[in-house]
Ligand binder design. Sequence first.
Ligand code: BTN
Length: 255
Amino acid sequence: MELFWFKKYNLLIFDEIDSTNSEAIRLAKSAVTGNFLIWAKSQKAGRGRYGREWHSPIGNLYMSLLLDEDIDIINQAQLSFVTSIAVYETIEFLAQNHNRQLDIQLKWPNDVLINGKKIAGILLESIRVGGKSYLIIGLGINIANSPKNIEKPATSLLAQGLDTQSVDEVLNIFVNSFDKHFVDWNQSGFTKTRLSWLEKAANLGKIITIDDGRNKISGKFNDIDSVGNIRIILDTGEVKSLSTGEVFFGKINER
Ligand code: BTN
């Protein structure tokens, strides 16, 4: 496989680190120039969304892209859709190589599922340093291990029968795919990404509940809009757009 991305990202590799996202923040704070790919074999303080821990033993992929690009804050969240599509394609490619058919789906805003179980997580962070803004895309893909003691079911490539994966092979396939979609998104905007994401979306057209931390709102998952907000139709027929929250399948007690 050709490493097209290799010329575009400064690669930093660590055997162990606190968190690749934290390292990206430290780099940004030192006002670095250029895009970086930070890859760690294990993390001591891996972070997930909502301040959760991301258990990070050796054997899985832990990486962050530090993008030194001028990305408008309103468009930044769209890159989590670009990233999830690249993860989807990575797993699809690996499955084809193993002659396996896997049910891969994307869950709003930025989870990747196989058979309804979480295989990967994305943590987007942004930071402004001296008038310059950086975007950090943190990605964890479960390759050999899946955390057991978490509230939601998780899986790994190994558990799905993709058993010969080296972490660097998965990283190469992912970054090649991400870079292709990132260039496309930069040149053409969100339309193609949005449609591609919707084709792969879990629970589209079904009743879901979104917990935004304060309220739980249930309705039919209808669409994502032109900036990536989720759109649901309530029982009353009202259409609601939400920019953040956690999605659960079905109707859960509203508060
Ligand atoms: C989530 O689903 O909650 C997001 C998980 C993101 C985990 C990755 S692992 C690499 C990067 N470094 C971190 O500390 N977190 C992200």
